[in-house]
Design a protein. Structure first.
Length: 244
């Protein structure tokens, strides 16, 4: 995926414009996880919305590799589950446009629920689950949907550190079996280090890539407190003096 000279501004209502992106360019390798970190308001979520086609850029373009062409999954800060349907139906419904046979849809949905450890809760309503369990349902749904690209907008920010680690592992376990291009927005540097192949640190608005780091340690081998990750964390924090 290539982001080429993207520009995006928003009207402030007083006759002026807020420039969020100006000639923003970077490249994301297909089948990898790229984490975007940066100060609040720098344009991380705007980038996701442009990649996902939820907004149009004022200038520039998003170009997908052949392996990335097709639908896009979006995992939001909230699970956004239908409260009147059970967990299985919440996952199954995203398959209706691509699978005609209902039994096959249900089997596929159950497969992904099993992979995130929720097969026993398939007939529960979302309101009967904890916040972390609801996010596991959202992860299962994001992977069940036949997307080539997955966008995550701080999906675990409201959860404690132990639960975030558990959900990161749940996401990685699915991704390892089906390596879809993933763009992951987070404010949490240790979280980015646990999941990403590449971390792009963005500058204040209008955003540019201030620093980029590749992580060669396989995701399933990363643990909190790993000396190699702590060294990378120090480098990232050292460039974040503008985060106030």
């Amino acid at each position: 995926m290539k982001l080429l000279k993207l520009g995006k501004s928003y009207s402030t209502g007083d006759g002026t414009s807020l420039v969020v992106l100006q000639d923003f360019s970077t490249e994301i390798q297909p089948g990898t996880i790229t984490a975007l970190i940066g100060p609040s308001g720098c344009g991380k979520t705007t980038l996701l919305r442009l990649i996902g086609g939820l907004e149009k850029p004022d200038s520039g373009s998003v170009e997908f590799a052949d392996s990335e062409l097709g639908p896009i999954s979006y995992l939001f800060q909230e699970p956004r589950l239908l409260p009147w349907d059970d967990v299985l139906t919440n996952v199954e419904l995203v398959l209706r446009s691509s699978m005609v046979e209902k039994n096959r849809r249900l089997e596929t949905a159950m497969h992904f629920l099993d992979m995130v450890g929720l097969a026993d809760f398939a007939r529960f309503k979302p309101t009967e689950l904890s916040g972390g369990m609801r996010q596991r349902v959202a992860i299962a749904r994001a992977f069940a949907y036949p997307a080539k690209t997955v966008l995550l907008d701080e999906p675990f920010q409201s959860l404690d550190a132990v639960m975030r680690f558990s959900l990161l592992k749940a996401y990685i376990s699915l991704w390892e079996k089906d390596r879809r291009t993933t763009v992951y927005v987070t404010h949490d540097v240790p979280e980015a280090l646990m999941i990403a192949d590449t971390i792009a640190r963005l500058s204040p608005r209008p955003a540019s890539v201030a620093d980029q780091m590749s992580i060669k340690i396989p995701q399933d081998e990363r643990l909190p407190g790993d000396a190699r990750l702590l060294e990378m964390q120090g480098r990232l924090y050292s460039g974040m003096s503008f985060y106030t």
